[in-house]
Design a protein around this ligand. Structure first.
Ligand code: BES
Ligand code: ZN
Length: 611
């Protein structure tokens, strides 16, 4: 079919309804939140009020909010002049995934609703850590709201297409610092009361709170690090290039719209590598490798300040619009700072992760499409590497077809035009056709969008990726397969970064015997590596071979690190061994208290060991 060459049709594309929010369908929308919370570590609860100012209170007879495991104690309706009166409300039947709809009746004068509530000690977004689970001597609390967990710590319209500004007052035990996805304090308040303001509108999944024994260290005028005192020096060293990353990102795709960009280094139980909470990215301490080798993760979270936080996936079915653009952008930042050869390594590692994921979920599964169909399911299940790496591969394909200058101009304009708005897949395709594809006959046919968006696996027009630096890795693997001793590989490996090591370890023959692993370990001290990516790539080989010398390091890793991306493959590798189930369960029983609900949700199912 010949693509149309005319300008876009004036008919607006209707945004699809969010299947993961009761509030998504509510005509009455929120616009501003005033949050007032007390943090109680003893009872493991947050309690207080969420006052929601409504954008269009006249649009309906009720306002609908998402909640899950919250106790709603009372609701007041507020008038323009601030008069409060009790409001009628109802909490709907619980849905295992979505939680419960909170419906509040609106009076003719109502402009805002004040909801009095408290969280459950088991609230899925919250992880309450004992001092022993931190780097210091104080307890710690952090939230993880994406994808649909914000509703477990505040009643909200928990749909990525609904944005609001906010201010908050948070009371915490003295000597602890509270931080949010907002303007943050840089110093302790002796009374433990902190005030926050987020002036740019954000969706609920970007609401974030952390409380702990935290200190701040500036890196540049607008960047800095928060971490526990024991972690702060290492972190400031690791992220020394943060300002350069922000500058590079701005040069690529336009101004940074959130004023400050700080990082918060969390305790190791944080279930993700990073989370792009606006103004304050949360990161795992497992990227503190000492040699700055794992900072592409920071470039990734920073890139979300455009793809995700400015232009936001309309529903979780459109997740690739957040993550695919972000992975592409992340690698452009890394290329800008460290050169093409560095970025090429990331592309190759990403592409092999994609092939691995496609194999794992099966080419026939619709979960390998960019546009997902997650209605009725927990979005957490369907949000896979596909969105990241197939999404990035689509942009690489576009790059190969139109060239970087045109693609960059397109992306920059896309971010500018849809800033602080939601974008769904159909609307994006419409925009892409109008701005890029329709301007050159034959382009759409070459791209074959349908294969990318609604088709399986990796389409055949994806450009191949290759890495010159991985040539040496391939050579070492050949030597090893031909019987070379590990020591003989030494000269070739002296300059390797963790990326070469990870590629090497992934390339090991699947059935390497124990003796050879012992040799590799002796030559390269792999079990003793301080680099979590290297460990996570090494342990599966040791598990498969039953190489017992690595067991203490493996168990130590599983007990302390809560990052799901590492845990799942390691527990799977254990399960694939003869006595694996019992062993995995034994380790899990001990380690589970250190994991966030996001990780235990996955692992409970994997190990079939609900506790
Ligand atoms: N936004 C994601 C994390 C996320 C995704 C949380 C879906 C909940 C649901 C974040 O930007 C991310 O992608 N983190 C990655 C690191 C990245 C370098 C691929 C991670 O945590 O591994
Ligand atoms: Zn991401």
């Amino acid at each position: 079919m010949q693509p149309p060459t005319s300008s876009p049709s004036p008919v607006p594309v209707m945004s699809p309804l969010d299947p993961h929010s009761f509030a998504g369908a509510s005509p009455v929308r929120v616009r501003h939140l005033v949050l007032d919370l007390s943090v109680d570590f003893d009872s493991r609860t947050l309690a207080g009020t969420a006052t929601w100012h409504l954008a269009n209170p006249g649009a309906g007879a009720e306002a609908v909010f998402d909640t899950r495991d919250l106790s709603i104690e009372a609701v007041e309706a507020l008038t323009e002049t601030g008069q409060a009166a009790p409001a009628g409300f109802s909490v709907g039947a619980p849905d295992a995934i979505l939680g419960q709809a909170l419906r509040v009746a609106l009076g003719p004068q109502t402009v805002a609703l004040r909801i009095h509530y408290r969280t459950a000690p088991t609230a899925a977004a919250l992880q309450w850590l004992k001092p022993a689970q931190t780097a210091g001597t104080q307890p710690f609390l952090f939230t993880q709201s994406q994808a649909i967990l914000a509703r477990t710590w505040l009643p909200c319209q928990d749909s990525p297409g609904i944005r609001f500004t906010y201010e908050a007052t948070v009371r915490v035990p003295a000597h602890l610092l509270a931080l949010m996805s907002a303007e943050n304090p840089q110093q302790l308040d002796p009374g433990g009361e902190y005030r926050f303001r987020m002036a740019q509108p954000i969706p609920a999944y970007l609401m974030a709170l952390a409380v702990g024994d935290l200190r701040f260290a500036p890196l540049s005028e607008r960047t800095g690090i928060y971490a526990e005192p024991a972690t702060l020096p290492k972190a400031t060293h690791e992220f020394a290039d943060l300002e350069k990353m922000v500058t590079a990102a701005e040069q690529l795709y336009g101004p940074y719209r959130w004023e400050r960009y700080d990082l918060l280094v969390l305790p190791p139980s944080f279930p993700f590598g990073g989370m792009e909470n606006p103004r304050l990215t949360f990161v795992t301490p497992t990227i503190l490798a000492g040699d700055r080798s794992l900072t592409s993760l920071v470039a990734h979270e920073l890139a979300h300040s455009w793809s995700g936080n400015l232009v936001t996936n309309g529903t979780w079915n459109d997740f690739w619009l957040n993550e695919g653009f972000t992975v592409y952008f992340e690698r452009r930042i890394m290329e800008h700072l460290y050169g093409r050869e560095y970025a090429d390594m990331l592309q190759v590692l990403g592409r092999s992760a994609l092939h691995h994921t496609i194999e794992e979920i099966g080419i026939a599964s619709p979960d390998t499409h960019l546009h997902l169909a997650l209605a009725g399911r927990d979005p957490d299940e369907g949000l896979t590497e596909i969105a990241y790496e197939k999404g990035c591969a689509l942009l690489l394909t576009l790059e190969s077809l139109v060239g970087r200058p045109r693609l960059d101009a397109f992306i920059k304009e896309y971010f500018a035009r849809f800033s602080f708005q939601a974008m769904d897949t159909a609307s994006f395709l419409h925009y892409l056709r109008a701005e890029l594809l329709n301007r050159e006959p034959g382009l759409e046919a070459k791209l074959n969008l349908a294969a990318w968006v609604e088709g399986p696996g990796l389409p055949s027009n994806a450009p191949a990726v290759s890495s010159r630096r991985f040539g040496a890795v391939a050579h070492a693997l050949v030597q090893l397969r031909q019987g070379a001793a590990a020591q003989e590989l030494r000269p070739a490996t002296t300059e390797w970064s963790s990326h070469e090591w990870v590629h090497f370890l992934h390339g090991l023959p699947p059935t390497l015997p124990q003796e050879q692993l012992a040799e590799l370990d002796a030559a390269f001290l792999l079990s003793a590596s301080g680099n979590a990516e290297i460990l996570a790539a090494w342990f599966p080989a040791t598990i498969r071979a039953g190489y017992a010398a690595a067991t203490p390091a493996l168990e130590n890793f599983l007990r302390h690190v809560g990052r799901r991306k590492f845990l799942v493959p390691l527990y799977r590798a254990l399960l694939a061994t003869p006595d694996g189930l019992a062993r995995a369960r034994a380790i899990y029983a001990e380690a589970r208290p250190n994991y966030h609900s996001v990780a235990t949700g996955t692992l409970d199912t994997l190990l079939n060991a609900r506790t």
